[in-house]
Write a protein that binds this ligand. Structure first.
Ligand code: ADP
Ligand code: RBF
Ligand code: MG
Length: 184
């Protein structure tokens, strides 16, 4: 299916920008393994005012201090087959505090028939290490498409690659570039 290479108006319009400041939590652990597309999971309740679907915007991650009491998502992290390292973003180095483009998916991942709603941010940057527990600020600026189910993992991967191109093109406009300052 052919898709537009740029989406959304020249100016940012209601209900955007949607700015959220939160923590990177553990998800189901299949993003990087199966799709080659790691996603920083965040609490979906913070984005309840947005419909399910795929969005674009900017993201900034920074190191966070260790919480005094273990958060709920630690439980999910411990149940995972391969253990994850929760480093609170201490290995981010120069990536800490830098604003990167992102694509985000909100919903039930119809392809995987998830029982729980998730909100996941794929930051368009290669990070050498994971950053579970880090602070993450996002500015959601536009909608790309509805979530879909697919006949194969490859078809999902192909659509995500197109989402990334669409996000980069859509963010490369003056009003959208300016919006970086909302989270810097
Ligand atoms: P999970 O199901 O736990 O979210 P993923 O396979 O989706 O597992 O991997 C997500 C983790 O990978 C993030 O929490 C983050 O620590 C790390 N990560 C590395 N690179 C990126 C990136 N470019 N975008 C988002 N997360 C990344
Ligand atoms: N999952 C789906 O089931 N259908 C989708 O259309 C879909 N689109 C996505 C688009 C982007 C940009 C990203 C980052 C993820 C998308 N996902 C989608 C979620 C994907 O299934 C999920 O990230 C992995 O299962 C890891 O939890
Ligand atoms: Mg994830």
């Amino acid at each position: 299916m052919s898709r537009p290479s740029i989406v959304g108006p020249e100016q940012i319009e209601q209900p955007y920008p949607v700015v959220v400041d939160t923590t990177v939590e553990a998800g189901f652990g299949r993003g990087s393994a199966e799709l080659g597309c790691p996603t920083a999971n965040i609490p979906p309740g913070l984005l309840a005012k947005l419909d399910t679907g795929v969005y674009y915007g900017w993201a900034v991650v920074t190191e966070a201090s260790e919480p005094e009491t273990a958060p709920e998502w630690f439980e999910l992290a411990k149940k995972r087959e391969r253990s994850i390292e929760v480093n609170y973003g201490s290995k981010l180095a120069a990536a800490a505090g830098t604003c990167y483009p992102m694509v985000m998916s909100i919903g039930w991942n119809p392809f995987y028939e998830n029982k729980q709603k998730s909100a996941e941010v794929h930051i368009i940057h290669e990070f050498p290490d994971s950053f579970y527990g880090a602070s993450i600020k996002i500015a959601v600026l536009g909608f790309i498409r509805n979530e879909q189910s697919y006949d194969s993992v490859d078809a999902l991967i192909e659509d995500i690659q197109t989402d990334i191109k669409v996000a980069l093109n859509s963010l490369d406009r003056p009003a959208y570039k300016q919006a970086q300052k909302l989270i810097l």
